[in-house]
Design a protein around this ligand. Structure first.
Ligand SMILES: [Zn+2]
Length: 98
């Protein structure tokens, strides 16, 4: 039972490792900025139901959305150096109304 926790800690430790002084658990989040936005189509799966409400399949739809690129800034609590990592997040502009 303890193993997943150890993996989670290792994962977390690696993500918060300072690239300068190599100390684990030293990076503190220092704000997020949006560095890019792109119009995309997001694939959504809609459930199809029969007359008695049972799910009989799925229907794929492409709806307009946005891909946003974020830059997460970090500052090291030990040596004060700054670094960042980037990630993207997709979101649909419209909510599907069933
Ligand atoms: Zn450091």
């Amino acid at each position: 039972m303890a193993l997943p926790l150890i993996f989670a800690l290792l994962y977390y430790g690696n993500r918060t490792k300072c690239p300068e002084c190599k100390k684990l658990f030293s990076l503190k989040k220092n704000g997020v900025e949006i560095v890019g936005e792109k119009d995309i189509y997001v694939k959504v799966e809609n459930e199809r139901k029969n007359i008695s409400g049972e799910i009989v399949g799925t229907q794929t739809q492409h709806i307009p959305g946005k891909r946003t690129k974020y830059r997460q800034h970090y500052i090291c609590k030990k040596c004060g150096s700054e670094c960042f990592s980037e990630y993207t997040s997709d979101s649909a502009s419209l909510q599907y109304i069933s």
